[in-house]
Design a protein around this ligand. Structure first.
Ligand code: TYM
Length: 351
């Protein structure tokens, strides 16, 4: 891969536009909230054009029960709105309703090199210990679809958690190769936005593992649907070490569980890690954990309540997703058509 691209932030002549996506492949976690949703809403409030997507085409790269997929897609959309996303200001839709994603992904499949795909660590992680030959072709090609999601809007910025960094580097490489292959300056070189204290929220049971909806232990994560009691109990039982909190941020080094809880506190409170350490220097976890639990409940419970309220009216969620898809399609189609012209495809159908 030509990763020179990931080092420099290339200024582009493209209009600033943000795109990001979340898979409806399970319930959402505190990691999704702090690493993605909360930041997505902040971007909307910065006045940049924002496009957000429940990526159902990505979800089916591993088997999904159809009823659950529909439910989880609506629940994800409800989480966006409950977290503060305004569907009138941002575009919110589900990926499969805008066919340009899949069409551009095919063109990108023909630009992307097998060697690049072979280096994708997420495919390796998802098939580790399993028979990789039995994985779907979709799972393997997944990062190419992700590049298409972003490029079909000429998006210039993508807020994500740390785990998506390699996919965004690949997106840059695909855009650069397409532009070089066809002698154009058509696709922007996207900028990953991986910022803040919670770009990698870790498991509550093991501070070296990412908090994930697919972890078999429910105790390892806080779900956006957890009750207040459940949230407090999970934080109380979170793994820690026996030392009090350090006097300086450097003191968190080699203390992954302590660092994780401090990062979560900082992100929920909107403080820097430095501030949290100053406030709790020398505190025992017996003091810090209840404070974190209170903060987490205060921030998350209103979101959970709003999600539940929205989920009582699935028709309204579908209407919002449909309207979002119409608006997304209006941006994506002309970009897809210009791509086809560049590639040399005849477009002569009327209507
Ligand atoms: P997904 O569905 O796994 O996660 C959605 C977003 O949540 C972030 N995230 C986390 N952030 C911090 N700590 C964690 N423990 C944590 N877990 C998840 C992810 O980084 C992500 O930002 N491939 C993507 C979906 C996707 C996409 C895209 C994203 C498809 N097309 C185009 C951006 C642009 C994924 O599986 O995210």
């Amino acid at each position: 891969m030509t990763t020179a691209s990931s080092a420099v932030q290339t200024p582009t002549p493209f209009k600033p536009r943000i795109f990001s996506g979340i898979q409806p492949s399970g319930g959402l976690t505190l990691g999704n909230y702090l690493g993605a949703l909360k930041r997505f809403v902040e971007k909307q409030d910065e006045g940049i054009e924002t496009i957000y997507c429940m990526v159902d085409l990505h979800a089916i790269t591993v088997w999904q029960d159809p009823e659950k997929l529909r439910y989880q897609t609506r629940e994800g959309a409800a989480a966006f709105i409950a977290a503060g996303l305004d569907p009138a200001r941002s575009i919110l839709f589900n990926q499969s309703q805008v066919s340009a994603h899949a069409e551009l992904a095919w063109i990108f499949n023909c630009v992307t090199r097998l060697g690049w795909m072979n280096r994708m660590t997420q495919f390796k992680d998802k098939t580790a210990g399993k028979n990789a030959e039995a994985a779907s072709l979709g799972l393997y090609a997944y990062p190419s679809l992700m590049a298409a999601d972003i490029m079909v809007y000429h998006a210039t910025m993508v807020p994500v958690g740390e785990d998506q960094k390699q996919h965004l580097e690949l997106t840059r490489d695909i855009a650069i190769k397409f532009n070089n292959d066809y002698g154009v300056d058509f696709f922007p070189v996207v900028e990953p936005l991986i910022e803040g204290a919670a770009t990698r929220v870790m498991s509550l049971r093991d501070g070296t593992k990412k908090m994930s909806k697919s972890d078999p232990s429910d105790q390892s994560r806080i779900n956006l649907t957890d009750s207040a009691d459940n949230i407090a109990a999970k934080i109380r039982k979170a793994k820690t070490d026996p030392e009090p909190l350090p006097e300086t941020v450097e003191g968190l080094k080699d203390r992954p569980e302590a660092r994780n809880l401090v990062n979560i506190y900082a992100a929920l409170a909107g403080h820097t890690v430095d501030q949290v350490i100053r406030d709790y220097a020398g505190a025992q976890f017996g003091t810090f954990k209840p404070a974190l639990a209170d903060l987490a409940v205060a921030k998350l419970s209103p979101i959970t309540a709003e999600m539940n309220r929205l989920m009582a009216d699935p028709g309204e969620i579908d209407r919002i997703l449909g309207q979002g898809a119409d608006r997304a399609d209006a941006i994506a189609q002309p970009i897809l058509e210009r791509t086809k012209d560049i590639v040399g495809m005849i477009r002569s159908r009327k209507g």
